[in-house]
Design a protein around this ligand. Sequence first.
Ligand code: GLN
Length: 546
Amino acid sequence: MSDTENSKQMKYVFVTGGVVSSLGKGLAASSLGALLEQRGLKVMMQKFDPYLNVDPGTMSPFQHGEVYVLDDGAECDLDLGHYERFTSGVLSKFNNLTSGQVFDTVIKKERAGTYLGKTVQYIPHVTDEIQERLFEVTRRNPDVDILLTEIGGTVGDIEGHLFLEALRQFTLKVGRENVCFIHATLLPKLRAAGEIKTKPTQQSVAKLREIGIIPDVIVCRVEKEEELDDDNRRKIAMFCNVDEKAVIPFADVDHTIYEGPLNLRKHFIDRLVVARLGIDIHNPDLSHWQDFVDKIINPKHRVKIAVVGKYIELQDAYKSIYESITHAGAHHSTFPEVVRVDAEEIEEKGAEAVIGKVDGLLIPGGFGDRGTEGKILATQYARENNIPFFGICLGMQIASIEFARNVCGIEGANSTEFEKECANPIIDIQEDQREIESKGANMRLGACESIVYPDTLAHKLYNADRISERHRHRYEFNSAYKERLTDNGLVISSVSAKEGLVEIVEVPNHPFFIAAQFHPEFKSKPNQPHPIFAGFIEAALEHSQA
Ligand code: GLN
């Protein structure tokens, strides 16, 4: 019997992973989400992460890549960024559950006496808490057809076990006919043997079955599709107890991750899923998606964009920024070649030597003082040499400090984040936030409405008087310096609607110089590039052609 019997029956897809981590499970899940949405279904995606951090907000980018921020201010796993880019569902803090959150809730309930004297146990108390999240999202989203949940980690890990046990119990409650299990694995290729190996997949599925979960579809990560030949497909199907058609290759993408849905569609994964769930619905319309991918694959122009940061060697640290650049590039049929520059390299060699030949400079967000002087040098170089400039969060603070020092001649201009006792704190912590001690609690987080002033670059780009963008920072533009900077020509083109905090600054008489305190990269999508990113790439294109 179903818990949601009287309302529309929500269907559930669970994506687990086996053999190794980092096999593209998030991309597979997002691609499936996109396909189901293009079939006309309302899809919502979420992630269960078995680690003990309550959220990834406290993790270093070296550990976890980018922290993705939602409208409601939740600091999430970067896979949620993929979900929002591949589907149209707007996610909330309920869409990312970690073991840390689960245990935090259970322990608080125990302290509050909620369990009425019972011994509090992994089963049922912890597993119930995990299932409660599935029911919670179901209740909150009555219009959703399919809730697609990716389970982080690898089957067989101790820390993921409770999540899988919870899914098994949950399936009993909502009915097996309403649940589809997808297991993503790796088919490793041994060079010496010259062939792929199915044994790790078999063993990983055996592990799942031990827990009581039988996958309906097995997605096999391979280098090339052909590697999963009929023999291997048959073998996997037989040992893993699935239909041969439900053994699907997921090859490395040739050009872009946005090929993911197209690649999976070739093997009708979405058809398998809707058939499994008893949903009768039309085929997906992928024409817009295909157009977008075509524009990425066959660009007409090319620009060089320098991203000057601190975690530059990490592909995932600025994930959403790179994706936003891709979206904007496709929009202008332009291939944006991203040159990743370590800010400290600029401190050593000077800006000209490192970024002298680029068509655009982007300074992304960041924390701490390492590399900030290099970023200031780069910004000065872009401002003085008419190179299109786009600053994001820390990048906006850097642009303001650079302007204060080099245009207004304010000595010792800095941020109190980098130099506590600096002579002129252009960027400072807000007075009312100073007291809030607990880590993370004093950040401006999530969506915030702001006003855009007319006759500014920002207004031209957004074509709107009011915007809503997502934030994640502690420090702000110090309003005590507003006048001195604007008297010297800095344009403040947007302020927050409530507190009047500076949101966007611009340098006029420059082809394109704009910097935002918020994170526009969290709101860019395929075929809907963010307006500032689109304008930035357009300006870079003009720069390259000049
Ligand atoms: N470190 C800066 C602050 O906390 C900028 C943060 C960011 O770029 N996300 O205000």
